[in-house]
Design a binder for this molecule. Structure first.
Ligand code: CMC
Length: 434
């Protein structure tokens, strides 16, 4: 819908251009007509890190960063976390509507029946070194699935696409649990179809010799809520990677592997692991003021703080704090929580953090819960990747079916040398290394 127009006057020649504004954006390609002469390529925008560029039109996730609002398909995250299961939310993200009871039954049945890994994938995973980082194992194994399901390349067939969605959502907990067991030198546990998504995940993580694993229902629900909170977050780094790699018509397994690789970075999903390292480094509550002072002097960042979009309290962090209390009633309180609470208290009243609108984000408290549940910090980002797979796939499917989308290919501003005189090797003399 056309909202208004905007007039741009080129001071170089006095020419003026009227551009339509739609949904608060101008089309970057409309700028191309602004030229200083026939040989001019036309005006482009320069936006390193896409801080002010919309790369797509999406109907999946809405964030109002100033007001701390997050909605999936129009439903507030708080409502979904309170009333839904993760698989219900995954359905909502992918298909756009909450499922009816019979749709949900079919969806859960289908996902449950795609949790097994091909035995060759199990063997592939066994080949990793005993101390391999679980994220490295996860990324490689998702990519390896592409070799098992070559038909996944058929991305324009809706039925084939749906089959791969079921496989990816179904198999992520299995791969994740195997990375965990691998590090501990424990045999991998096969999925149990009688259990819910998170109970089955817990079964594959923690079953020992008992004939049937009994999941603690509070822990299973807490994991489910954490999965809901992490399921999507519009055009973040990993989702942008999923769309970018997918735009080359790469199959969904390879695209998801690429997205998971992006998630692994400490500025993105790797932040939850970095928060625990930071809390360990701080050591005790009384050391918090000195640590905050060090950060303000430019020595590092407060991990789990700040966000590109949220300039207010991350709504997910609030729900995580509440979930933490439920988990601690079962597991006992994680002593790191006191350091984290003190860090939050001091930071939120400090001018440095107030001015820059830096608030705790989703990663600040999630690691503390995961640690109380018995996970090592290396597993935290893997736990993030399981539910985010639903978001990546919803975004990928939206991109594949959007007629406006093409292969992702940004422009650049070239600042290098031009048309240099070539000097043959023998005549180059002594090199001066730069
Ligand atoms: N601690 C201290 N200062 C910070 C922090 C922080 N965590 N985050 C931003 N700043 C400062 C930054 O130095 C800059 O200051 P100045 O204006 O003086 O140069 C100002 O705040 C603006 O920050 P920015 O780096 O321009 O913001 P950005 O939008 O590029 O970065 C961010 C967003 C999330 C990468 C960043 O806040 C950060 O590195 N946070 C720590 C890592 C983290 O918790 N990441 C998880 C993000 S949420 C979940 C997810 O995406 O996976």
């Amino acid at each position: 819908m056309k909202e208004r127009t905007i007039k741009i006057v080129d001071d170089a020649n006095g020419l003026s251009y009227t551009l339509p504004v739609e949904n608060g954006t101008i089309r970057a390609m409309d700028l191309r007509q602004i030229k200083t002469g026939p040989d001019d390529f036309g005006l482009m925008t320069y936006d390193p890190a896409f801080t002010n560029t919309a790369s797509c039109r999406s109907a999946i996730t809405y964030i109002d960063g100033e007001r701390g609002i997050l909605q999936y398909r129009g439903y507030p995250i708080e409502t979904l976390a309170e009333h839904c299961t993760f698989l219900e939310v995954a359905y909502l993200l992918i298909f756009g509507e909450l499922p009816t009871q019979s749709e949900l039954n079919t969806w859960v049945f289908d996902i449950t029946h795609h949790t097994m890994l091909h035995e060759t994938v199990k063997k592939f995973m066994e080949g990793f070194r005993y101390n391999a980082h679980p994220m490295g194992m996860l990324v490689s194994t998702i990519a390896a699935l592409s070799t098992i399901y070559p038909e996944s390349k058929n991305i324009f067939d809706a039925a084939t696409r749906k089959h791969q969605l079921l496989r990816l959502i179904g198999k992520m907990p299995t791969i994740a649990a195997y990375t965990y067991r691998h590090q501990l030198g424990l045999p991998y546990v096969y999925p149990d179809n009688d259990l819910s998504y998170t109970e089955n995940f817990m079964n594959m993580l923690w079953k020992m010799v008992e004939p049937k694993y009994q999941a603690n229902s509070v822990m299973a629900r807490a994991l489910d809520i954490l999965f809901i909170l992490h399921a999507d977050h519009e055009q973040n780094c990993s989702t942008n990677t999923m769309r970018c790699v997918g735009s080359a018509q790469t199959d969904p397994f390879l695209s998801t592997a690429a997205a998971a690789a992006a998630l692994a970075g400490p500025l993105h999903g790797g932040a939850n692991e970095a928060v625990l390292t930071m809390l360990d480094e701080i050591g005790s509550k009384d050391k918090v003021p000195a640590y905050v002072k060090k950060i303000k002097e430019g020595h590092g960042k407060l991990m789990g703080f700040g966000h590109r979009v949220y300039k207010n309290y991350d709504p997910r962090a609030k729900i995580i704090k509440w979930t933490a209390e439920q988990v601690f009633e079962i597991t006992g309180r994680n002593a790191k929580l006191d350091i984290a609470l003190e860090l939050e208290r001091i930071a939120l009243q400090d001018e440095y953090f107030i001015q820059r609108k830096l608030y705790p984000n989703v990663d600040f408290y999630s690691g503390i819960i995961y640690q109380a549940m018995g996970f090592k910090p290396e597993m935290f980002t893997v736990l993030f990747a399981i539910p985010r797979t639903a978001g990546w796939l919803a975004q990928w499917q939206e991109m594949i079916t959007d007629p406006e989308q093409k292969i992702s290919r940004p422009r650049q501003v070239y600042v290098g040398e031009n048309m240099r005189q070539f000097v043959p090797l023998a005549e180059r003399g002594t090199a001066v290394r730069r």
